[in-house]
Design a protein around this ligand. Sequence first.
Ligand SMILES: Cc1cc2nc3c(=O)[nH]c(=O)nc-3n(C[C@H](O)[C@H](O)[C@H](O)COP(=O)(O)OP(=O)(O)OC[C@H]3O[C@@H](n4cnc5c(N)ncnc54)[C@H](O)[C@@H]3O)c2cc1C
Length: 269
Amino acid sequence: MLVLPKNTEELKRVLKIVAISKKEFLVMGNGSNILVRDGGFDGIIIKLGEGFNQITVNKEDQTLMVGASALLSRVARETVEAELTGFEFASGIPGSMGGALFMNAGAYGWEMSQIVREARVISRDGSREYTLLNDKMELGYRSSIFEKTGDIIISVKLKLDTGEKEKISETMKNLTARRNEKQPMNFPSAGSFFKRPEGNYAGKLIEEAGLKGLMVGDARVSPLHAGFIINTGNAKAKDIISLMKLVQSTVYDKTGIKLEPEVRIIGED
Ligand SMILES: Cc1cc2nc3c(=O)[nH]c(=O)nc-3n(C[C@H](O)[C@H](O)[C@H](O)COP(=O)(O)OP(=O)(O)OC[C@H]3O[C@@H](n4cnc5c(N)ncnc54)[C@H](O)[C@@H]3O)c2cc1C
């Protein structure tokens, strides 16, 4: 079941009902880091609706209040207009603000932890609304406290720096060009499939294991960037998961390194 609460009050009500029903639930951002198994998700998907989409810029203190469902590409455009720098790294990540904070999304040496000041959060049972400061979010490599608590991010306050419009826009263009050149943007994927193992790169290990281009059904280790698993046609979730397991076991046998998926896999087979 998909539920689209329009505002905080509706969200709290939904969460209270879900808590009583004891059904499993998942808050979905833009869904860019989620893989649903072929049997679907037998729970409740909560997607934050239009009331969670607002962006308020304060040029004076270089902060932005961003609703959790606002897309990072839109936030990026606002930062260009407001001449605020620090968000360039996130401009090409196809996620929402809530998903990006949950994942502590990052690129090119930057991550959300460096620009997030605080977040407004609702407890998973809908009973409590609170502000969480950055240093209490346990932001690590593609991880955060929200994974543990299951609480819902409703808005995020970012702190950026004053910059120059041309320069900010130029940096974003360069990063997009770099992304288009190095990543398989013309096929569906969930981005980098695996987390970066300590001191190494998943793509490099997969390539060195000779797995670039390997296919299971229509799922393929991208020939352009071995860290991506792409859907070349009608790949089922089971093809993607079989390919993931094959990659994990081959890399483990060759290097002793366990690759952990960055992509969040949910639902039933
Ligand atoms: C082509 C491509 C390129 C990518 N490049 C990058 C990259 O450079 N760097 C990077 O870090 N990632 C990258 N990603 C992965 C993904 O885009 C990011 O992780 C993004 O931040 C996920 O945001 P989302 O809104 O899509 O989250 P979703 O995929 O919808 O959800 C991800 C997780 O966050 C949780 N969540 C979402 N919203 C909330 C909320 N409001 N409150 C609580 N929990 C929430 C979900 O329950 C889920 O567990 C890429 C993906 C693709 C497809």
